[in-house]
Design a protein around this ligand. Structure first.
Ligand code: NTF
Length: 820
């Protein structure tokens, strides 16, 4: 099969063939015999050969940044989820067919080679994956951009399902080393924790501060390269790793306490040891705050070092740089830069604050109250004493201003204060991020509106110009071109290859929806993808699924607000219906779930257990198993997602309206031709506007109706009483139907659904959801109608390219320009 996209456009710096270089590296870099390389050697050799080509481009791009005196973007994120690299990098660099040629010689396919690669799980979900999509678009647009994060030794846990329950296993992704990551052991930065603040007076009598003592941990850079799509541009994500300050504490070493001295080293390295596995409930642990400060302090050092090379006055710092904070996790950067300017550069408060406020921009990704980050003042004072002083001073000046401008609102200062009074005083990190940034954005139109109307309502009045929306996007390189090869070829055959970097071109397939031959080809592509997934399911779960059945997929983190429960309730009701009416013809359906639950989130883990128990029961029932299957795919990650997304017919996006800030899974599925069943939440609303309301199944309460119902008093018992089908399902969950001998296994779930306090109002949307599913099954049976809708979904999704999103950030917020 031929590579359909023009590779000749790709600038090629090196002359030697990729394969030759790979062989060279197997011998000289890996020290292995290269006579008959096995698939591991082929993989590692290829990685090094590809890396060489990226490094050459990266070096010249870095020089260019200095020569052109470019403004630089720093993208700070505690999480990145890049997925596997090799195929993506080959594709971006235009090296795919060279790689195929090399591999063919040794009878390997690229797919086989990809099995060797370990996926870095340096993120929990949407937030981290968004950061990676944006890094891809920044490189493709040729932006002078730098990603910054942490090189966790252990990524997000590996999920196993044992007896239906989630079991967490460590993800030791670096155990074989990773050549995509280049460690930079020279020029480490010392990062301080604890210690004390000393005051002194300079010659003019100005009070100065000096943070001393405490513990020092060294920050070492590990660089991960991100090539743009066939434009010769390569950027880098710098991931900081904690290293011990001193190799051993020599005194205890000499005193014979060998283990004691090594312990000191282990303590320091702990900082970058493991990613916190919860995406929306901060644990408030000291180690997490240490991680945040550690990576932010090292990053600010890098920024200041590069700026100083330019020999420009400090007030030009924000003209030459901009820092985007991905959520509040890196917001300690604001007081850290203040500390550097005030205490090290001896700049006055007013000038320092002016610089900060022009440098930082903050993206909010969630309105869940439990996810809004706070840190106890007491902890901050101990760990970062100077930063706490600075935060107090920022707050004092800010509140003074607020009192001045809003004289008749005596309650306002306490509502907007950076420090909340309560039994325990805490620093509200979102308030710090808002006060210290020139731009604050939400990630979908609805989410931004909710920030304006509710969550940050007070701040809108204080800083009316700072708030804006940037609807999320996804990269078409990974989420169409790479994960859906057959559809990509079909698209390129009709559109040419430009859609890969200009996704609006997809609009042009709208008219092909009327073309019978095109519809046939479209359906064949989808079937190929579904068969591939069916094979995977057979292999992984030992269950045979029918590739002609509706593949209905809900793949995302497990959280009550995402309402996997609504999906299961409906599946059980279908099962009941089938058992009662064995003669009825039903559209065969395969319901597929994937996702992890935070290890301490018991309700979410129970929901996983429920799904697996229901699956066991349904899949083994001879009366129903030909028409109904339920599959739980363990260890959902980027690679699995790339397999699921192109094979999905129906994409479940059913969060309680108002709770999902945007969603990006919703975009991936629709881009690949799945139809969405979804609530009017996050970006679902905008997807509906783009693909057309006839081509999406939106149902249930909208955000305002959710609020109204809550105010009126939500009464799930009423729904239980009046809806017999629903009642039967709930009673089954509350019995030993799915857990023989254990009738209370799911009583927690039952009670949460029927408590008037169910914040997520699962039962309120049940009837509308079930009816919508009925319509879907009916319309799926009309192949012409369904394929037409599928095509129109892909056609309308151009807007959701991360290239569009990054361009908006670039034009409205960052003020950086492409340098290609
Ligand atoms: C997530 N937030 C939101 O829950 C998603 O709706 C959104 O698509 C992504 O961010 C990306 O914007 C988080 O992961 C977090 F951490 F903020 F809770």
């Amino acid at each position: 099969m031929n590579e359909p996209l023009a590779e000749s456009e790709a600038p090629q710096a090196r002359n030697s063939a990729l394969g030759e270089d790979a062989l060279w590296h197997i011998l000289y870099s890996l020290g292995r015999d290269n006579a008959h390389p096995d698939k591991h050697k082929c993989y590692w050799g290829l990685v090094l050969a590809v890396r060489d080509r990226m490094l050459e481009k990266w070096a010249s791009v870095q020089r260019q940044y200095y020569e052109n005196d470019d403004k630089r973007l720093y993208y700070l994120s505690l999480e990145f989820l890049p997925g596997k690299f090799l195929r993506e990098n080959l594709l971006s660099l235009g090296l795919e067919s060279e790689a195929h040629t090399f591999l063919r010689k040794y009878s390997f396919s690229l797919d086989q080679i990809m099995d060797v690669e370990c996926e870095p799980g340096l993120g929990n979900g949407g937030l981290g994956r968004l950061a990676s999509c944006y890094m891809d678009s920044m490189a493709t647009l040729g932006l002078p951009a730098f990603g910054y994060g942490i090189r966790y030794s252990y990524g997000l846990f590996r999920q196993e399902i044992r007896n239906g329950r989630q079991v967490e296993m460590p993800d030791n992704w670096l155990h074989e080393g990773n050549h995509w990551l280049i460690p930079r052991p020279h020029g480490l930065y010392p990062i301080r924790f604890y210690g004390t603040v000393h005051e002194w007076q300079d010659d003019d009598g100005t009070l100065r501060h000096d943070w001393r003592g405490g513990d020092i941990v060294m920050a070492m850079a590990n660089d991960m390269y991100v090539p743009g799509y066939r434009n010769g541009h390569v950027n880098c994500i710098r991931l900081w790793e904690a290293r011990p300050h001193k190799e051993f504490v020599l005194s205890s070493f000499n005193a014979g306490d060998y283990i004691g001295s090594v312990q000191e080293k282990i303590k320091d390295e702990n900082i970058s040891m493991v990613l916190y596995p919860s995406d929306d409930a901060p644990e408030g642990k000291t180690l997490r705050l240490k991680q945040q400060y550690f990576f932010v302090a090292a990053t600010m050092r890098d920024l200041v070092r590069r700026f100083k090379k330019l020999n420009k006055p400090w007030d030009q710092l924000p003209e030459k740089n901009v820092v985007q904070l991905n959520e509040t996790h890196p917001s300690i950067a604001i007081p850290e830069l203040m500390r550097i300017l005030l205490d090290e550069e001896l700049i006055c408060w007013e000038d320092s604050w002016f610089i900060c406020q022009k440098l930082f921009a903050y993206t909010n990704h969630t309105i869940l109250p439990e996810a809004l980050e706070t840190w106890p003042v007491e902890l901050m004072e101990r760990l970062l004493p100077r930063h706490m002083q600075i935060i107090y001073e920022i707050n004092r000046r800010f509140l003074e201003d607020v009192r001045l401008h809003f004289r008749d609102e005596p309650d306002l200062p306490s509502r907007v204060s950076l420090i909340s009074d309560g039994p325990e005083k805490v620093v509200r990190m979102s308030h710090l991020a808002i006060v210290g940034s020139f731009s604050i954005n939400g990630v979908s139109a609805l989410h931004t509106q909710i920030l304006r109307d509710r969550v940050f309502h007070d701040f809108i009045r204080i800083f009316p110009d700072r708030f804006n929306n940037k609807t999320n996007g996804i990269t078409p390189r990974r989420w169409l071109r790479q994960c859906n090869v057959s559809l990509s070829w079909l698209l390129s055959e009709h559109l040419g290859c430009d859609w890969v970097t200009d996704l609006d071109q997809l609009e042009r397939i709208r008219e092909l929806a009327d073309d019978e031959e095109f519809r046939h080809d479209w359906e064949q592509c989808r079937l190929t993808n579904k068969k591939r997934l069916a094979d995977h399911i057979e292999k992984r779960n030992g269950i045979t699924v029918n590739p002609h059945s509706i593949f209905d997929v809900q793949a995302k983190r497990f959280h009550e607000y995402k309402r996997q429960l609504l999906n299961v309730l409906h599946i059980i009701s279908l099962y009941n219906h089938l058992r009662k009416n064995p003669e009825v013809m039903m559209q065969p359906r395969t319901f597929i779930f994937g996702g992890k639950a935070a290890p301490s989130y018991w309700m979410a883990k129970d929901i996983i257990y429920l799904i697996n128990c229901v699956a066991r029961r349904i899949n083994s029932d001879p009366h129903t198993r030909n028409v109904l299957k339920v599959i739980f795919l363990a260890n959902y990650n980027i690679s699995l997602s790339q397999l699921l997304v192109p094979a999905t017919d129906v994409s479940e996006q059913i969060s309680t309206a108002g709770y999902e800030a945007s969603g990006t899974g919703n975009m991936k599925f629709a881009l690949n031709g799945a139809l969405t069943i979804g609530t009017r939440d996050g970006a679902n609303i905008e997807i509906g506007e783009r693909v057309g309301q006839d081509n999406i199944y939106l149902f249930g309460l909208c955000e305002q109706e959710v609020l109204d119902m809550r105010n009126r008093g939500y009464d799930p018992w009423e729904l239980y009483k009046n809806d017999g089908e629903l009642r039967e399902v709930l009673d089954m969950i509350n019995s030993d139907e799915f857990t023989p001998g254990n009738p209370t296994a799911f009583s927690g779930i039952f009670n949460s659904l029927l408590s008037g306090g169910d914040r997520f109002m699962v039962l309120a949307d049940y009837r509308a959801y079930a009816e919508t599913h009925q319509r879907i099954a009916h319309e799926f049976g009309d192949r012409e109608l369904w394929i037409r809708k599928s095509i129109l979904n892909t056609a309308g999704m151009g807007f959701f390219s991360s290239d569009r999103a990054v361009r908006e950030y670039m034009d409205d917020i960052w003020g950086v320009k492409p340098d290609v």
